[in-house]
Design a protein around this ligand. Sequence first.
Ligand SMILES: Nc1ncnc2c1ncn2[C@@H]1O[C@H](COP(=O)(O)OS(=O)(=O)O)[C@@H](OP(=O)(O)O)[C@H]1O
Ligand SMILES: Nc1ncnc2c1ncn2[C@@H]1O[C@H](COP(=O)(O)OP(=O)(O)O)[C@@H](O)[C@H]1O
Length: 482
Amino acid sequence: MSLPDDLRELPVWTPSPAELADLELLLSGAFAPLTGFLGAMDTAAVMAGGRLMDGTPWPSPVVLTVAEEAGTASRIVLQDPEGVPLAVLDVTEVWRSPGLGDGLVRLGGSLTALRAPAHGSFQRLRRGPEAITVDGPLLAVATREPLHRRELGQLRQVAGKIGAPVLVLALLSGAHDEELVRALLSVQKDLPEGSSIVTVPLAPRQEREALLAAHVAAAYGATHLLAEAPLEGAPLEVIVPEPWAYDMDVEVWRPVAKIEESHVRVSLTRDDLNTLLDRGEPVPEWFTPPAVAAELLRARPPRHARGLTVFFTGLSGSGKSTVARALADALVEHGGRTVSLLDGDVVRQMLSSGLTFSKADRDLNIRRIGYVAAEIARHGGLAICAPIAPFASTRAEVRRMVEEKGDFVLIHVATPLEECERRDRKGLYAKARAGLIPEFTGISSPYEVPDDADLVLDTTDLPLDKAVATVLDLLTSRLYLS
Ligand SMILES: Nc1ncnc2c1ncn2[C@@H]1O[C@H](COP(=O)(O)OS(=O)(=O)O)[C@@H](OP(=O)(O)O)[C@H]1O
Ligand SMILES: Nc1ncnc2c1ncn2[C@@H]1O[C@H](COP(=O)(O)OP(=O)(O)O)[C@@H](O)[C@H]1O
């Protein structure tokens, strides 16, 4: 879409995915009465007491961070990552808060929509508050988890009591959203007549998230909210159901108070469920309907079939490539896994040719590796990466990218610098010492030792077959190999 003439000269900014999600809720009215991003005083008041400066209850900050240069204009266009303009922010305040990175500022101000954000799957469920028109009581439930038999029973009971249909707010967080929505759709038939499901891009947050979800539910016209715990200050009636359990005698879920003690089957916790899924054991039907179990399985396949990145990090000459290559061979011999080796040197030729060893270029190199590894994980494959990856924050970024789709195992090849330098296989250390190679890791560029490694290997006195066996043992004990 081309911008109207009067907006063409304005600076543009692409907010983060979480900020774009907030933007969407601000524009749709789901964050009513907010109409824009908060300023410093409102944010402080919200953090301190759950109210805006004028006393309006509001539980959680809704803020926008931009680069300093973008914060100099009085109006700014906010666009999606593909460059499509979504809204104009009339800036009323440029502010800083402690802990905000250098060169960044926050912008407060009100928003004018230019166009609705584009959406992928389940577009028809992405409805704003105006699309929900229910006269009379409406019972909401806001969830990032599928509804299992217990929650379904409780919803039916409470909805029946207050004579209301149910509005399920599927809170999207960016990971496994499709599985969540399919799982919720699969139980829609088990909800009272007239019930509906909408997807709400409510980015996860630290401050009073459940209360914020209650505000969103109220904006959608809900009069009641089914919640796990009381929510002080909620703008609608919060109903916390009495404890329920599965009655093994009559094979239904119902209030514990009504079940004879010897017939009570305690529910599965999320940890129990994860253990079953990790091991590839079936999720029992008494706990959740089979269609929901199928989506749980899709979101969390058994570990031996789940995408995995084994990420080696360490100094040049520490042994990363040698161990990584031998591990890849061993895994191929073992079978059952598709293995891709993203070796540092090869990546430098294929994906990152032209990049230098400056911090910015190293970060870009590692991010590219992370992107490819995450794609491999998405398809259930096993990626072995072996770059130096000297910076902790970039390794953490790769971990985040991969863990959206699979699992991440970090191996620090901690062979000391003296040994790496003694080996000096490629003669690079000698050149670096002579000042011929600038920014050489360990000599003139830092290596940040990981504090989140799953395994630490020092190859000084460790034969290669032992090193590989140690990694295989770790992967086997964590159920990654069948
Ligand atoms: N300045 C400098 N610092 C470190 N390494 C250097 C440098 N210049 C060239 N090389 C060679 O490049 C290999 C490291 O590339 P990586 O892609 O793994 O590095 S990084 O993760 O982007 O930091 C590394 O290979 P390995 O020995 O396999 O680690 C070196 O051979
Ligand atoms: N146990 C070991 N594991 C890995 N490499 C070892 C080991 N012992 C000696 N080496 C030698 O150390 C060097 C490591 O080089 P390389 O694997 O390319 O390291 P990196 O990829 O970390 O730069 C190789 O010459 C390798 O033969």
